[in-house]
Design a protein around this ligand. Structure first.
Ligand SMILES: [Ca+2]
Length: 238
């Protein structure tokens, strides 16, 4: 009986040790869930629908564009035709790429659209958000933010940013219907030609429109804008 009792006691102690080890192991092996961000784009313009926004989270090693430098062909696809896939391919092949999301559809003037992005905790310190959307009643205008840091956002906090418009410098601002893919023109999007005043990204000077006498322009006064053209709100929801 004594031996049996000792044996049972040993088993109990062993079981307790395993339980403690299992609990301890489970606790230490649990990694914090990824940070999660809701990014909402609001179109502030009167007459410029915006293409589905592309939001990219990245570290060092990726840049959407550089002022004064030529746009990538992939950004040209977005800026002339609202296409996001080429830029997603470019970004995802870069060293700093973390995640991306594309809006669900055209963002009408006054409307908003939200995408959600996750970032692993280990990558949070260097995480940056870049976002771009085409003003579709233009030749090659985008609303954009380049490399906004996300590292300072704690769970439950948010920041809002006003977005300027950029001319990506890949297409002359003729404003003709044939060159404007949005509803004001119904024309073509991307073409490989680079015929802008300079082959570089710069702050957009705005549209001239037929209302101000630009011959052949498919645009009128409602398509004009002043900066900012959009606002984004970044909420860290987790
Ligand atoms: Ca242009």
């Amino acid at each position: 009986m004594r031996n049996s009792f000792q044996f049972s006691g040993t088993l109990l102690a062993l079981a307790a040790a395993i339980l403690v080890a299992a609990c301890g192991g489970s606790s230490s092996a649990t990694t914090a869930p990824p940070a999660k961000f809701d990014v909402t784009l609001t179109n502030l313009t009167a007459g410029q629908p915006m293409s589905p926004q592309l939001a990219i989270v990245h570290g060092n090693g990726f840049s959407l564009f550089s002022i004064g430098q030529p746009a990538s062909v992939e950004l040209e696809h977005l800026g002339e035709g609202g296409e996001t896939a080429p830029l997603v391919t470019l970004a995802s092949a870069s060293a700093g790429y973390l995640n991306s999301a594309v809006g669900s559809g055209i963002v009408a003037p006054g409307a908003s659209s939200t995408v959600t992005l996750s970032v692993e905790q280990a990558n949070l310190a260097s995480a940056k958000l870049s976002l771009a959307s085409m003003l579709v009643n233009t030749n090659d205008a985008i609303a954009a933010v380049d490399a906004q840091s996300l590292s300072g956002l704690t769970a439950g906090s948010s920041i809002s940013l006003d977005l300027a418009s950029y001319d990506i410098g890949t297409e002359a601002n003729t404003e003709t219907a044939a060159t404007i893919p949005g509803p004001a023109g119904g024309g073509a999007g991307f073409n490989a030609a680079r015929d802008d005043v300079r082959n570089a990204v710069y702050l957009h000077p705005g549209v001239v429109t037929a209302s101000d006498g630009l011959s052949g322009s498919a645009l009128n006064a409602v398509h004009r804008w002043d900066n900012p053209v959009a606002r984004i709100k970044i909420v860290r929801v987790q």
